[in-house]
Design a protein around this ligand. Structure first.
Ligand code: PAF
Length: 313
């Protein structure tokens, strides 16, 4: 695996590879890799000739400075995981490679991307400016990597929704592959932030998944009133007083609009705090389906990976 710090160098290298008809796959990350990231890299490896992974903790998408400061990092471990998974290029830019920095060391973003409505609902409403920061850095990364297939996890559903809009509306030469959420066997969706949960909180965090499953069962049993299902999910979560809910909603997958009645494909969206860790999750429900299990989600069976909370090599 070659580590590249310069945007220009990466661009030139990948342009050369494209000239010899190589297909480029790209997985953007903020590091502290876990099984969820690994599943993206593995799929990327299967479907492309060249695998590029970026690790960049993007300052402009953090609205709370302590969240940025506490964001977990373990570059040595990340590099070993990526080496083993057959990554060809790790793009590891500094903040000053990606942004201009002023004399007081602050990131300057004269050029901004405004994501409109997405900023005012769900994650956008609770994390002011977050999606503008994501859209800005992802556009920069896509411009550096160039034409490619990119892999994103559905765990961050609103992010996936936003990035597919970005690609479409800015005519970016990027094909997006949406990949299933990876969960512990118990149900908890994997996230780099889980590393900050205590053992007790790791158990309590599963309630988020159980509540969504209960909502899904209710919809599949024929309840069509959105409000009723949202109430049921909220009541389930409220039984665990350690979880401080931010929102629970059910949206149409293709518009993020909350329907009055549940028809077709919808997503249950949820976010809340457990201790000082913010957790988000979502679950797809096909209102016309009798399917009882999420066949598209894979659960990890190796509990040793889970107890270590991230992959250690
Ligand atoms: O999902 C993430 O890890 C980040 O939001 C991303 C897409 C790498 C942009 O910084």
């Amino acid at each position: 695996m070659q580590i590249v710090n310069s945007a220009k160098e990466l661009r030139q290298t990948l342009d050369r590879l494209r000239l010899s008809a190589k297909k480029i796959g790209f997985v953007p990350t903020m590091g502290f890799l876990h099984e969820g990231h690994l599943s993206l890299v593995e799929r990327c490896k299967k479907e492309n000739d060249v695998v590029v992974v970026s690790i960049f903790v993007n300052p402009t998408q953090f609205n709370v400075s302590s969240d940025l400061e506490n964001y977990p990092k373990d570059l040595d471990n990340d590099c070993e995981i990526l080496e083993r998974s057959g990554t060809d290029y790790l793009f590891l830019p500094s903040v000053s490679e990606m942004y201009n920095i002023d004399s007081s060391g602050k990131t300057v973003t004269d050029i901004k991307i405004s994501c409109g409505e997405v900023n005012s609902v769900f994650e956008g409403a609770f994390r002011s400016g977050h999606f503008d920061g994501v859209a800005l850095v992802v556009t920069k990364l896509f411009n550096i990597v160039g034409e490619c297939r990119t892999y994103f996890g559905l765990k961050d559903y609103q992010q996936v929704y936003l990035i597919s809009k970005l690609i479409q509306e800015l005519f970016l030469p990027i094909e997006m592959v949406k990949c299933p959420t990876v969960r512990q066997e118990s149900g908890l969706a994997l996230s780099s932030r889980n590393a900050r949960l205590t053992d007790k909180e790791l158990v309590l965090a599963n309630e988020i998944y159980f509540a969504m499953k209960e909502g899904k069962r209710m919809i599949e049993s024929g309840i069509t009133e959105t409000k009723k299902v949202i109430e049921l999910i909220k009541n389930h979560i409220l039984k665990t007083e350690e979880i401080k809910l931010e929102y629970v909603s059910i949206v149409k997958e293709d518009t993020l609009v909350v329907p009055e009645l549940l028809t077709d494909k919808v997503r249950i969206l949820i976010a809340g705090w457990l201790g000082n860790v913010r957790l988000i999750d979502n679950l797809e429900v096909n209102c016309n389906s009798e399917l009882k299990d999420e066949l598209f989600e894979h659960h990890l069976s190796d509990s040793s990976i889970i107890s270590e909370r991230k992959i250690k090599v």
